[in-house]
Design a protein around this ligand. Structure first.
Ligand code: SF4
Length: 448
């Protein structure tokens, strides 16, 4: 008699940390159902894609991935395939999957992860597809989570976004802001600390507006939340992202400066340095506002590492606007920046703007910007040469197994040669002396 084989799942994840963390929840839900993780898509009985619609050409790339899965379904007709995440919430994608990809059984979103078990059962029982996706819903607490790391954890504190930056699709697919109750967040982080987690990263599209949706009489804002998490024993590092500059309050800056576990790193997306473009982007701050914020931050947190996101070639951007961006970047001096050439996202305001910038101009500006950003990043890293930093060791480098990596509190990646008993280092904090600062990494030496 053939032995009953455990069903296996395979997850393919695209996009931001929110999506990666949602996939940890998906894994938790599936493992609770009895599934185990498959090493490859070929050996899976269930394949779920958690998609992202922020990246360029996301839709075409999704169809490419779905096309690759077709032979698997032909070989194994019982294989179930589901698509979730932001793309599954776009009506155009849903319609195309319904019409052109009959082997996709299930669509789901971040709002119904908790219903995955019953959806899977229903499809198995009826043999019919489920392609309805909720576009809003309440926060679901206490989902099982299979975390990727035993010592670092992501914790969502706020879902959705109210900002409607004109280039961004997120508010249309992730809904309005909903903060998690502080007691549930604390309960989760206390549990993580007891399980050995050292570092938590608090997640939200805009963590700075945490708590603003609570009734005034019971309001706890993000600064209050940081203060409370700072008191949890066992947690040694607190990070968070993403922060909208317009909501970065003086109170929050004070809390970042005084709570000793809050790491000296802030990712503060600037996007553009021209007031005209910032207005067209609906960012609700000016270049002067941003500059003043940076001055305040640096006055109170002198060793703060500041990173950012920048978009060039937004509709209507002229050479003078781009020079404003270059000028502001040069004035501020970032530790690192994610740089993007604007590309329209269907369904956003900016996609409908008529004065799109030519591809040639976008690329020319992008390369000029990258040159400045890289120079700044290298200079910032070189300033650390000879200094002693505390790193949390993450493990062997994916590219070179004999080299280990760890992160400074300022979120810089340090590469170092481990001693013989390297296994003992992972997940622990050690001091390293920085020997060399490069553009993207630091080279260090472990201090015995
Ligand atoms: S703040 Fe702006 S860029 Fe960020 S998720 Fe919200 S709309 Fe998108």
């Amino acid at each position: 008699m053939e032995k009953c084989r455990k069903q296996k799942y395979f997850l393919q994840v695209f996009g931001c940390q929110m999506n990666v963390h949602d996939a940890e929840k998906l894994a938790g839900v599936l493992e609770k159902m009895g599934y185990s993780r498959a090493a490859t898509a070929e050996e899976a009985d269930l394949i779920l894609l958690n998609t992202c619609c922020v990246r360029e050409n996301a839709e075409n790339r999704l169809y490419g991935h779905l096309g690759n899965l077709k032979p698997l379904k032909i070989n194994k007709p019982d294989l179930m395939i589901g698509v979730g995440g932001c793309m599954a919430q776009l009506p155009s994608v849903r319609a195309k999957i319904e019409a052109d990809y009959p082997y996709i059984d299930l669509l789901f979103s971040a709002f119904n992860l908790h219903q995955i078990p019953e959806l899977i059962m229903k499809i198995r029982e009826t043999g019919s597809r489920i392609l309805e996706v909720p576009s809003e819903g309440q926060i679901i607490e206490d989902l099982p989570v299979t975390r990727n790391s035993p010592f670092q954890a992501w914790v969502t504190v706020i879902y959705g976004c109210n900002n409607f930056c004109t280039y961004c699709i997120v508010p249309y697919v992730r809904g309005r802001e909903q903060s998690r109750r502080p007691e549930k967040i604390m309960e989760e982080i206390r549990g993580l600390a007891m399980a050995g987690v050292k570092e938590v990263t608090l997640l939200g599209q805009n963590v700075n507006s945490y708590g603003l949706d609570f009734p005034a009489e019971e309001r706890k804002d993000f600064a209050d939340l940081l203060a409370a998490i700072n008191r949890i024993d066992g947690i040694t590092r607190i990070r968070f992202q993403t922060s909208h500059p317009k909501d970065l309050s003086d109170k929050l800056i004070r809390q970042m400066a005084t709570a000793e576990k809050v790491c000296e790193h802030l990712h503060l997306p600037l996007q553009a340095g021209s007031d005209k473009i910032l207005k067209l982007m609906n960012r609700k701050y000016t270049r002067d506002d941003y500059l003043r914020l940076v001055e305040k931050l640096r006055a109170q947190i002198p060793n703060l590492a500041l990173t950012t996101d920048l978009i060039v070639g937004f509709p209507g951007e002229e050479e003078a606007d781009f020079r404003d961006t270059l000028d502001l970047v040069e004035k501020i001096g970032f530790d690192a920046a994610f740089t993007f050439a604007y590309s329209p996202r269907v369904g956003t305001q900016a996609a409908k703007m008529t004065n799109q910038v030519s591809e040639g101009d976008k690329m020319d500006r992008l390369y000029r910007l990258i040159e400045v950003v890289n120079k700044q990043a290298k200079a910032a890293n070189q300033r650390l040469e000879g200094m002693v930093e505390t790193i949390l060791v993450e493990g062997p480098s994916p590219k070179k197994k004999e080299i280990y990596t760890g992160r400074t509190r300022s979120n810089k990646l340090v590469l170092f040669a481990p001693p013989e008993t390297a296994g003992d280092l992972i997940g622990k904090e050690f001091k390293v002396k920085i020997k060399k600062g490069l553009t993207y990494t630091l080279q260090g030496e472990l201090i015995k």
